[in-house]
Each structure stands twice: as C-alpha cells, then as structure tokens.
Design a protein around this ligand. Structure first.
Ligand SMILES: Cc1ncc(COP(=O)(O)O)c(C=O)c1O
Length: 395
C-alpha cells in the first residue's frame, strides 16, 4: 500500500470526522482509470459513488463546462438559462413525465418531493418507505432512510413515516391504506445492498396506488440515467411513478439533482413554495446535457445493458465455483451486487492491492458501479482479479 502523504496526516486537524477516507491520494483520472500520486493505475469500478458515468477526462464534458463557464457560471433562478431549459426538456422526454425542479443533490430532490407531498396531504397522513432503503442524510430524507445507524443520534425525525418490508407483498398490503400519502421506493436499492424489487411487489404497489391514490415516488438517484441498462430502473417494470428523483450521474460530476413530476402533480408548487440558490446551475446543466447525449444517444446505456448481462453471468459462474464465499449475485446493467458470506471490507482492500477500486455496502455486499464507458476488457480484468482474490483470500 502507498505511503501516506501529508494530506492524510493533516486530515484529522481540519475536517469533521464524518468520512472513512481511503488511504489513496489521487493525482488524476483518465477514462475508467484513476491514477495515484505515486503513479499507480486503478480500475475504478465505483465511479465516485455512481456519479462518473462518463469516466474521467471526457473531452465533450470538459468543453461544455468550459463553454458555459465562459458565458456565465451562475445567475440564480431569477433567470432561465438555455442549458437548464434544454436539460429539463430532455429529462421530460426520457422519463415520460411532465415537469422538473432542479436541486444540487439527491437528498435535496427527496426533500423537495416530501414538501410537495406535505402540501397536498398535510402532516397527518403517513409516508411508507422500505427496509434497507437509503434516501439521504438531511432530516426529511433521513427520516425515510431505514438504517438505524444513520438515525440514532438525530431524533426527532419526521413523524408518520412507516417502514414496510422490501419485496414483502403481504406487509405493504396491510400497511397501505386510505391514510397513506406516499410510497418511496428504490426499484434497485443501492446502499441497502443492490436489492432488486420483484415484479410481484411492484405490481402490488401499483394496484394499491390505483385503489388508494397515494403518490408513488421513485428514488432513482443511484439507479437512474442508464445505469441499469434502461433509462430508469422503473422502466424495467410496468409502472410509471408520480414523482421521479434523480441526481448523481446527471451533473457529470457537478452537483445537480432533480425532482420530476407527472402531469397530475405538476401544479402543486406555486411561486415561493420551494427554491434553491444554486439548483439548476447552468454549468452543471451544460454538463448534464453531455451526459444525457452520451448515455442515451451515443450508446452508453446499451453498453451497460449488454456488458452488464455478460458481467452478471460471469459473476454467477464464479458463484458456482465458490458457493461458500459468494451467496448471491444480483442487480442489472452496471449496478451489480455480490453478496459475500462474510464482511467484504477485507475483500475491498484485496481488490485495491490489485489495482481495482470497488465498494462494500451493507457489510457484506460488494457494490459494483462501473462507469458506463467500461468495456469487456475492463470487466474481464475485474473478474480475473476477483477469482484470484477469492481463491487466496480467507473470508
Ligand atoms: C438512492 C439514493 N437516494 C438518495 C441519496 C442521497 O443523495 P446525495 O448524496 O446526493 O444527497 C443517495 C446517495 O447515495 C442514494 O443512493
């Protein structure tokens, strides 16, 4: 492992200690690779927490950021800008929904949706979220997040949030009633361990929505924008959400998120109901236009679909070779999870020693989120290292 440089020695002196940093100082990135200061090259199969779908150093992206920066970097939402309007149009086109509110992050998109729901239903109706869900760290989104570890020191959170078991048709049927304002779902849960919603479960939610009239919110902050091989993970089912939340990939690495509403909910917010100084920043939106072009028009979503299938089937073959170490392989496209029989922390370190960056979530799920530009050679390298690491590595 690389010798720690001075930036790590000073880390504790200047930062609130909220993050466990990797002991790696990055000098730059190119394509699917990150380069450390001491000249090592790492295959990045985590892509900045699922953000860097175009990898590093994409020239179109850099040019778009430069061009917009030369005109103006920020104006505020007193103005409408070309890149903002065009990005909104494109998001509407790809999602099939109706109107957009831009935020700077995923959690802000969640907050915006909670406010919209509150405005319709008031504070007393309940909002349903699911076991293993993750929706963010601010108060509203934290209230919808399942893991107690994130919440335990921060009560009181929002009231009337009920957690139902993910993929359990009977429980949601019992919990959802005419007193339900909304259901929040990640069709593929990210942080919670790459758990894929079953078709039966989604059908049940859809039929309950038709009967009870609650708002269905799809949190696609991690799974959206082509990552699963479809525009959004909801496109894998026969369902259209009422509200759609995106962030991460959409800004090409700049802070950007969005709440996208169906026609029915597009007039709930009125001037003054919600706002943001930076939300929809013109530079971030210009970057977003390049991301949408590359993902939807220039083949990256199809790449994730096709190579994701190959990747998953090879991981499943690996499972059959090491069934005592790999318990499950799941996910779609370039959003894959490998459940390991023990904590996957040491596995992540072993990958890093072999020059691959990958993440461990929910203790024992290896979360694989390659940039959407990753090719077969990159995947084969990952598989080769995984095989080696599994055979020599005591779990
Ligand atoms: C599904 C989901 N929702 C919400 C969030 C919060 O997004 P952000 O970190 O941009 O606030 C995340 C972040 O990981 C996420 O994966």
């Amino acid at each position: 492992m690389e010798k720690l440089s001075h930036i790590f020695i000073g880390e504790k002196e200047v930062f609130l200690q909220t993050y466990n940093r990797l002991p790696l100082e990055i000098s730059h990135g190119k394509g699917v690779h990150l380069f450390s200061k001491d000249g090592q090259r790492y295959l990045d199969f985590f892509s900045g927490l699922g953000v860097n779908v175009l990898g590093y150093g994409n020239e179109k992206l850099i040019r778009a950021i430069e061009d917009q920066s030369n005109k103006f970097i920020h104006l505020s939402n007193y103005y409408i800008t070309n890149s903002q309007a065009e990005l909104a149009r494109r998001l509407i086109k790809y999602s099939g929904l109706s109107k957009v509110f831009f935020t700077n992050s995923g959690t802000e998109a969640v907050e915006a949706s909670i406010k919209l729901i509150r405005k319709i239903f008031g504070p007393d109706k309940k909002i349903i979220s699911f076991s293993n869900s993750f929706h963010g760290r601010t108060y509203g989104s934290l209230s919808l997040t399942w893991n107690e570890k994130y919440k335990k020191n921060f009560a009181p959170l929002l009231s009337n949030i009920i957690f139902s078991e993910f993929n359990d048709v009977n429980t949601i049927e019992k919990i959802a009633d005419e007193n339900t304002a909304a259901v929040f779902i990640e069709f593929i849960q990210g942080e919670g361990g790459i758990n894929v919603a079953s078709e039966k479960f989604v059908e049940k939610i859809n039929s309950l929505r038709k009967k009870l009239g609650f708002v269905l919110v799809a949190d696609e902050i991690q799974s959206g924008i082509g990552r699963t091989g479809k525009p959004f993970a909801f496109n894998r089912y026969k369902i259209i959400p009422d509200l759609l939340l995106v962030a991460k990939a959409i800004g090409g690495g700049l802070p950007l998120g969005a709440l996208i509403t169906s026609d029915k909910y597009s007039n709930v917010f009125q001037p003054g109901d919600h706002g943001s100084t930076f939300g929809g920043n013109p530079v971030a939106c210009s970057a977003g236009l390049v991301v949408l072009d590359e993902v939807f028009e220039n083949g990256l979503m199809d790449n994730a679909l096709n190579l994701g299938e190959y990747f998953k089937s090879e991981l499943t073959s690996l499972q059959s070779i090491c069934p005592d170490k790999i318990i499950d392989v799941r996910g779609s496209g370039f959003m894959l999870g490998v459940k390991i029989s023990d904590s996957c922390k040491s596995l992540v370190t072993a990958f890093q020693e072999n020059k691959i960056l990958v993440n461990c979530t929910n203790q024992n799920v290896l979360r694989i989120l390659p940039p959407l530009i990753a090719n077969k050679e990159n995947i084969d390298f990952f598989l080769k290292v995984f095989k080696e690491v599994l055979t020599i590595h005591p779990l």
